[in-house]
Design a protein around this ligand. Structure first.
Ligand SMILES: [Mn+2]
Length: 392
């Protein structure tokens, strides 16, 4: 017998699907949240048959269970843990742990891709095109490589995963991978997925108007409340407000926080680690502890959402040679302009600030991080210019 404890996201469920393809009725699969894994491990060690081969995928046990698992392993128990989270790398110290973030060709891994390799290598699963294609879609979604590759099929697979129950998804996929040569969506799924994409877009648009900005520790953070579509949301908000170091998505119902960044120089797994969580450099999560609740919720609850830049301007444009006019909630007026070849400057309420910058983007970043200023609408800009002209 085999038992598989895995994550309840697409990558984790991908592992469950592979296990059922390989072992059929010989495997028991349990899908877990990050929090429930340790209970499942303890249950396994106390109640399951010691001959059962235990797989753990996409999740890491706590310190105590690490030790219990190692004792079980040395008492001739069979365990294999496969993971790709940076914060799980220490598990490589155990003979039963294998954690790989990036393969030898520099490709990011996922639990499903590691497990597929493992099963094929140990001749537990016959390789097949449809399965390899499914595994690659899961990997691209989980590592967010799909966006760079514009592989929308990978994104659709995750959307389908959330449209149906885990059981239904599992059954559908197992049947498809067994019977088809290639992995494709059927017509009904395509229709549903188009509707779902529209819905996600509308949801994200609304959240763009709800996000607040605050300094949390050393970072300028975007904070938003959302129950769904965390990865999509984190990515879109990050791109919309690149001056923010990272986005904290507060899941009140689940008492959790998802952390996302689009920046290479920020490591959100470290921030999550501080609150007892973990994950990847650009995507991680932690429990909404008392301390995190105070920092992210209590301290920021009174804040007004970030004001969006005017989007339909014809005159007050970013990088314009006339200058670009911004304002903040205190009614301070900022003008960004190019002083000469090498220098960009900011005027605050018509007097020059001391800082100089090498390009427009740096000025804008500075303004948004320190003053939460936004690009004003054309009418205000025109009024400003008229006043300037009159004074001369
Ligand atoms: Mn994963």
């Amino acid at each position: 017998m085999y038992k598989l404890l895995t994550h309840n996201d697409l990558d984790g469920v991908g592992c469950g699907i592979l296990a059922k393809l390989a072992f059929g009725k010989e495997v028991k699969v349990r899908y877990n949240s990050v929090a429930s894994l340790n209970r499942e491990i303890e249950f396994f060690l106390e109640h399951d048959n010691s001959d059962t081969f235990l797989f753990i995928m996409d999740l890491s046990p706590n310190k105590e269970n690490e030790q219990r698992l190692d004792n079980f392993y040395h008492a001739k128990g069979k365990i294999q843990l496969l993971d790709h989270h940076k914060t799980a790398l220490h598990l490589n110290d155990y003979e039963w742990g294998y954690v790989l973030v990036e393969d030898n060709q520099g490709k990011l891994t996922s639990a499903t891709s590691l497990f597929y390799k493992y099963l094929v290598k140990h001749r537990l699963l016959e390789p097949k095109d449809s399965i390899a294609e499914f595994v690659e879609l899961v990997r691209q979604y989980d590592t967010w490589e799909w966006e760079k590759n514009e592989n929308h099929q990978a994104h659709s697979l995750n959307s389908l995963f959330f449209l149906v129950s885990i059981d239904d998804f599992e059954e559908k996929m197992i049947d498809r991978l067994q019977t088809s040569e290639h992995f494709v969506f059927d017509e009904l799924e395509k229709t549903l997925l188009n509707m779902e994409e529209d819905k996600i877009e509308r949801y994200i648009r609304r959240k763009k108007r709800e996000i607040v900005q605050s300094r949390v520790g050393a970072y300028i953070t975007g904070i938003v409340y959302a129950e769904s579509y965390h990865s999509e949301l984190g990515n879109e908000l990050g791109k919309e407000y690149p001056h923010l170091d990272y986005i904290a998505i507060i899941i009140m119902g689940g008492k959790r926080i998802s952390l996302r960044t689009i920046h290479d120089h920020i490591d959100v797994s470290e921030i999550a680690g501080y609150f007892g969580g973990g994950g990847h450099q650009k995507a991680s999560g932690c429990t909404l502890t008392e301390e995190a609740y105070n920092q992210y919720v209590v301290e920021t609850f009174h804040l007004e959402p970030i004001q969006e830049d005017a989007k339909r301007n014809r005159y007050n444009l970013k990088q314009s040679s006339f200058g670009s006019l911004f304002k903040n909630r205190n009614d301070d007026i900022f003008l960004i302009y190019q002083k000469d070849e090498k220098n960009w400057m900011i005027e605050k309420n018509k007097s020059g600030m001391e800082q100089t910058f090498t390009n427009f983007d740096e000025c804008e970043r500075f303004l948004k991080r320190n003053y939460e200023a936004w690009l004003v609408r054309d009418d205000l800009f025109v009024e400003y210019l008229m006043n300037e002209v009159q004074k001369r």
